[in-house]
Ligand binder design. Structure first.
Ligand SMILES: [Zn+2]
Ligand SMILES: [Zn+2]
Ligand SMILES: [Zn+2]
Ligand SMILES: [Zn+2]
Length: 373
């Protein structure tokens, strides 16, 4: 991730909605794809503060009325000021019940992580869309919570999911719909789950990267590149997903999983191997993009863009990881980069790299028009 610059020259960060120095409102402009000061007001609309752009803008509905977004939409595309969704929020099908507890706080965290992932997908010029974009499967998001009932004993909502396991909301992907249990947006709950599953990290951004990978399998591989996929990840039809899942939860990952897979979970089934490897590729390219823009790692850090040299990225990432892990250990924190990129794993990542390159030229996919690199 890069930083941005306000009209007053103050540095802006990706999540900002106001400049801490001059107090101007800021928003992400879809025309120049920068976070900028926005001049104007909601009654007459805004203008992008980037002098080279100056696009007429309206705030995303979720920015204007809900305070969970900082993106704008082009004024020429909106019917009514402030009543349209940006290119991140427009995919939401179900949002949390905002009358309850701290659901708005959780929703804000969920949207912030989604925007960051979408920014990166645009950087890689990966297509995404729904039925109106002519893409199948249509991408959408459900943010759901386990069912609760009001308990007069405790004076709070209590989950009924513990009474009936069938009611638990599973974070996952099905036919383009990504469901996230909003419990994941509670850092205490998420840490409990991380420890329970023995994961090195567990984050909202990580959930998006994993689940969107399943979406890209459906969009870019199903019925198009399945044979090439099998050559690298093995046969996704044999064993069946349900059998593989049952085996994994009964016997766990093979002892030597780290020699062949990017994570223990990746060993469950080729679809999960793909999702974990795709997610690791997004992690690598996002970390390199941030290092490049922040000046970490010196001149050998390659710029991330479709078509960048894969081997140069992997070796730069390994070097960067060594340095950042030592820095974290210095500060008494967990290792930052935990993936081992042994050759079999790196070769699967090379498949992902080529897949993303090919997505640029696939006429059935439409990358964003003006992604900046
Ligand atoms: Zn400013
Ligand atoms: Zn602009
Ligand atoms: Zn929005
Ligand atoms: Zn998965």
């Amino acid at each position: 991730m890069r930083t941005f610059t306000c009209s007053c020259d103050e540095t802006l960060f990706f999540d900002n909605s106001q400049c801490v120095s001059c107090g101007r409102e800021v928003g992400f402009c879809p025309a120049c794809r920068l976070l900028v000061a926005i001049h104007g007001n909601q009654a007459i609309g805004y203008r992008c503060g980037n002098d080279d752009c100056g696009a007429a803008l309206s705030k995303c509905y979720n920015y204007q009325f809900e305070g969970v977004c900082n993106r704008c939409v082009l004024l020429e595309t909106v019917g009514e000021l402030g009543k349209n969704f940006c290119d991140c929020c427009r995919y939401n099908a179900i949002i949390p019940d905002l009358s309850k507890g701290d659901n708005r706080v959780k929703w804000r965290r969920l949207e912030a992580a989604k925007r960051r992932v979408f920014y990166h997908l645009d950087l890689l010029r990966l297509p995404r869309g729904n039925a109106s974009d002519g893409l199948y499967p249509p991408l959408s998001f459900d943010f759901k919570e386990d069912p609760t009932t009001w308990s007069s004993d405790t004076g709070s909502y209590v989950t009924t999911a513990v009474l009936d396991e069938q009611e638990v909301v599973m974070t996952g992907h099905l036919n383009g719909k990504i469901t996230i249990n909003i419990r994941e947006a509670d850092p205490v709950e998420r840490e409990k789950l991380r420890v329970q599953f023995g994961e090195p990290h567990r984050s909202l951004i990580g959930h998006y990267r994993h689940e969107i990978a399943h979406y890209y399998w459906d969009l870019l591989i199903r019925g198009k590149r399945e044979e090439a996929f099998k050559d690298v990840f093995d046969d996704h039809n044999n064993p069946t997903y349900s059998f593989a899942m049952q085996q994994y939860y009964q016997y766990g990952a093979p002892q030597d999983w780290a020699n062949r897979f990017v994570s223990a979970y990746a060993s469950m089934h080729p679809w999960e191997d793909f999702a974990e490897t795709f997610s690791a590729y997004l992690e690598m390219t996002a970390a390199l993009d941030t290092a490049y823009h922040m000046g970490l790692g010196g001149p050998q850090i390659p710029r991330v863009y479709p078509g960048a040299d894969f081997d140069a990225m992997v070796s730069a990432y390994v070097r960067l990881g060594t340095a950042l892990n030592e820095m974290n250990r210095t500060m008494g924190l967990k290792d930052l980069l935990t993936r081992s990129l042994l050759k079999p794993v790196a070769e699967k990542m090379r498949f992902i790299h080529r897949l993303i390159e090919e997505a640029q030229t696939n006429p059935g996919c439409r990358p964003p028009d003006s992604a900046t690199i």
